[in-house]
Write a protein that binds this ligand. Sequence first.
Ligand code: ATP
Ligand code: PRP
Ligand code: MG
Length: 295
Amino acid sequence: MSNMSKLNGDHIKLAIQKDGRLTEDTRNLLRTVGLHFESYKQRLFSICRNFPMDILYVRDDDIAEYVAEGIVDLGIVGRNLVVESEKPVEEILPLNYGHCSLKVAVPAESGITSIEQLSGCNVATSYPVTTSRFFAERDIDVNVITISGSVEITPALGVATAIVDLVSTGSSLRLNDLVAIDNVLDSQSTIIGNRTSLADKQKAIIIERLLTRFRGVMAASEYKYVMMNVPSASLEYISTIMPGLKSPTVLPTADADWMAVHTAIREDVFWDAIEELKKLGAQGILVSSIEKMFV
Ligand SMILES: Nc1ncnc2c1ncn2[C@@H]1O[C@H](COP(=O)(O)OP(=O)(O)OP(=O)(O)O)[C@@H](O)[C@H]1O
Ligand SMILES: O=P(O)(O)OC[C@H]1O[C@H](OP(=O)(O)OP(=O)(O)O)[C@H](O)[C@@H]1O
Ligand SMILES: [Mg+2]
């Protein structure tokens, strides 16, 4: 990696997936937190123009190891690979994309409904460490067969009785007439950190500045900014069903019978509250996204 010597010594380094499922969402997130950088397909790394950080593009399987070895200070990778790597890295912040689960699945017609029935059987997976631990912790003796891809086909080939593989929509299982019978772990894209870097005074300052940005964007993604007009008489009750960050902002309108209410509210709470609000007479309800939020 002779190119790496060109990277700036007092910058922190972040490893992200070069070309895969997480790449686009990760790049978008980095831009949303205000980082300016160029990225072209063939690049090995980018240097941020407005933040002391370099971004390295690597295979996702290598990210936990690079972080653990201190080759980079931070990484963004699926939690599934962090667990599988068994590397001593800090899981700092889940990023709410790349959601999937590692599941045990069997052919629908096998009649197998519980993992105990897999005792003595072959189980095919690309996650041998996690799979072996899952069955060992439950005292179920299985023979784990490591396959690098297309794991879903192994039962039809007679290679394995069951598989342990990633599932998100479940389409791949259904296409192969497989059904899930147990959940091994839930995963999403996560920021991981090197323990030594996190303890290094200078680096910790830069890392914390970066994490503050990420937390601001993550918090904002869960909230909506809601503005509405409410009858002054219902104001007190409406405030109780619209718990804002602190108390909502209440402004008078030209009509003394109506008040304008502005508040940030969790989106899931908002959907539950909206019918109630309309019943209480709220009108002109406007909902908008929040780009960044610091509380
Ligand atoms: N079907 C899915 N739905 C959602 N997320 C998924 C799904 N499959 C995998 N992921 C998540 O995305 C990550 C990257 O998946 P991808 O298929 O791009 O990996 P890969 O082919 O091993 O890539 P690389 O070339 O970097 O090694 C997985 O480790 C997992 O966290
Ligand atoms: O539940 P679903 O939405 O169908 O997603 C699950 C599939 O996605 C992943 O494979 P991917 O498509 O990345 O291909 P791969 O076999 O090359 O890893 C995973 O290994 C499953 O095969
Ligand atoms: Mg990979």
